[in-house]
Design a protein around this ligand. Structure first.
Ligand code: ATP
Ligand code: MG
Length: 388
């Protein structure tokens, strides 16, 4: 089977194009691993050829590959008009049986030695389809299905392409450090930044034994799911129990969540620098919860100098959930395991904290030694890497 891939924004990026193509090819090659397949790039076209038993693996990979906007299963045949028409009719049958009511044919003849021109090909194929399936009608403006014929080194026929993720190939935009909790939002945030070409590690803060091992397993599972899009993800688990206890004992209860977030950011930044990550990524969305008012976001950002990317900041929950469903994390995210903030859930959390207050409370906690201990005790696990 031959697949034709449509590169996305790649084509717009002039100078960097070669690099993007190289990374895209490398990613796909990694995804396909030992599958019997061949990837080829000619004239700015991207093809994957594979044995029939590898089709599912290939299609699954294409569904996880950032950097292409679509793909089509392509029929190739002998370069004669009869053979081309025959394949067009077969393709039309398939499109019709999958629900299309109208079609249009487009032909491109790059090989001028082919005796019939594009117009002739369109006419002949169109007529053959109408004869075979009179109920399948032509609509040149808004067809349900588009059948494309290309006469180049070989003759290629393909129908409307399946939609892919778009975006840029993972590995073209540096590395980020994702703060990954077991919730709905942060996995989606990671997915979105991967779609801008970012590779990433993740850090998860847990409060074992106050939060059960199942909570961590849930995060590892989520990382495995998004790892399939991000070309693998290293998850760093940091035990924050002592830090949470210190915050609980040493700070007014309305401040505890904000102070915990500051500590998380600070630790995540340390890990980011250690791993060469150039930014932090969180699943925050403006005003979604008390800790995410703009004032509190200012507090939680105050000690970090790396950029903090918050791709969900302007999205409402419904859109985030829809995306989570699409990428496959939702079902896992809603499993009912305790989050790490279980140690404190203040009745009246501070809604609009002042950065100067947050700073002085945080300094008063003298977390340096505990932070160093938590940081050096971080345990790493590789999730969602493809077998090469
Ligand atoms: P999520 O659905 O991602 O858990 P949320 O709506 O529950 O987000 P918060 O609990 O306020 O919001 O967390 C805000 C962000 O802080 C999260 O999206 C995540 O990036 C980070 N975060 C929160 N808890 C943790 C944790 N235990 N480990 C790592 N990061 C965390
Ligand atoms: Mg959460």
């Amino acid at each position: 089977m031959l697949y034709l891939l449509k590169p996305g924004e790649l084509s717009l990026k002039g100078e960097n194009r070669k690099d993007f193509e190289r990374v895209l090819k490398r990613n796909l090659k990694t995804m396909l691993g030992k599958t019997r397949s061949r990837i080829e790039m000619t004239h700015g076209r991207f093809y994957v050829e594979c044995a029939e038993d590898a089709e599912r693996t290939v299609e699954d990979a294409l569904g996880h590959l950032f950097g292409i906007t679509g793909w089509a299963k392509t029929r190739s045949c002998e370069k004669t008009l009869d053979a081309v028409i025959h394949e067009c009719v077969s393709e039309a049958r398939e499109l019709f049986s999958s629900g299309a009511k109208t079609f249009k044919i487009e032909a491109k003849r790059t090989d001028k030695s082919f005796p019939v021109d594009s117009y002739g090909i369109m006419n002949a194929a169109g007529e053959a389809i109408l004869t075979a399936m009179p109920e399948f009608t032509v609509d040149v403006h808004h067809p349900d299905a588009l059948i494309t014929v290309e006469i180049r080194e070989s003759a290629l026929i393909y129908g409307t392409s399946a939609k892919a993720l778009g975006g840029l190939p993972v590995g073209t935009a540096g590395r980020g450090m994702l703060l990954l909790s077991g919730g709905i939002d942060s996995p989606v945030a990671g997915f979105m930044m991967a779609g801008r070409g970012m590779r990433m590690d993740a850090v998860y803060f847990h409060a074992y034994p106050y939060t059960p091992e199942e909570s961590r397993q849930k995060v590892i599972k989520l990382a495995g799911i998004i790892g399939a899009y991000t070309m693998g993800i290293r998850v760093w688990t940091v035990n924050f129990t002592k830090i949470e206890m210190r915050i609980k004992e040493g700070a007014p209860s309305e401040w505890t969540t904000i102070l915990l977030r500051i500590a998380m950011m600070e630790c995540a930044e340390g890990l980011a620098r250690y791993r060469g990550a150039k930014c932090l990524i969180t699943g925050e969305s403006l005003s979604q919860v008390a800790s995410q008012t703009i004032e509190n976001i200012a507090c939680t950002s105050s000690r970090v100098t790396l950029p903090i990317l918050r791709p969900l900041i302007g999205m409402d929950k419904e859109r985030i959930i829809r995306l989570a469903e699409r990428i496959g994390t939702y079902e896992t995210s809603i499993l009912p395991y305790q989050d790490c903030c279980v140690l404190f859930s203040p009745d009246h959390p501070m809604l609009r904290g002042k950065v100067t207050d947050a700073e002085s409370l945080y300094r008063g906690l003298e977390l340096e030694v505990l932070m160093h201990e938590a940081f050096t005790g971080a345990v790493m696990e590789k999730c969602g890497f493809y077998e090469e």
